[in-house]
Design a protein around this ligand. Structure first.
Ligand SMILES: [Zn+2]
Length: 150
């Protein structure tokens, strides 16, 4: 049973209504599990719905693109995945690990790089505090291209 390999994938944690799971039936449930698996195993971490759809096709899974979109939207609502709308085109999705990080996106290759800078984090808190605020959350995306001199 695949679900047992996903300790955080329980009916309660997903926030999905039991009725909805029921209505979706076995095929939709296996689609959900497969999409979770793909997001978990993917080295790139950040996948568009089309990327996921292509991987399902390659693996011989009969899941339509509309289903992939629907499942991703459900996962997002349930807090299982984070959606990023980078300015490069399609939304990309990653498992929401609960660990904060920022992203940079290569404008030439579309490669998404995760990073975390304690200094940037601290500066953001300081800037918010200087304006009389407490930092609650932030998202930071750097749009980059490969250095020509490296
Ligand atoms: Zn990320």
């Amino acid at each position: 049973m695949i679900a047992q390999e996903l300790p955080w994938y329980t009916g309660e944690d997903t926030g999905m209504e039991p009725g909805e799971l029921h209505k979706a039936g076995l095929k939709a449930t296996s689609a959900r599990l497969r999409i979770l698996e793909i997001l978990r195993e993917e080295q790139e971490h950040h996948l568009s719905a089309e990327d996921i759809y292509r991987r399902l096709l390659d693996a011989g899974d009969e899941v339509g693109l509309a289903t992939v979109y629907r499942v991703l939207t459900q996962f997002e609502a349930a807090g299982l995945v984070a959606r990023h709308n980078f300015a490069t085109g399609h939304s990309v999705f990653e498992l929401d690990s609960g660990c904060h990080h920022d992203h940079m996106v290569c404008m030439e290759t579309g490669q998404v790089v995760e990073f975390l800078s304690d200094e940037i984090e601290r500066l953001q808190r300081e800037v918010a505090a200087a304006h009389g605020y407490e930092l609650v959350d932030h998202s930071l995306v750097l749009y980059v291209r490969p250095r020509k001199d490296s």
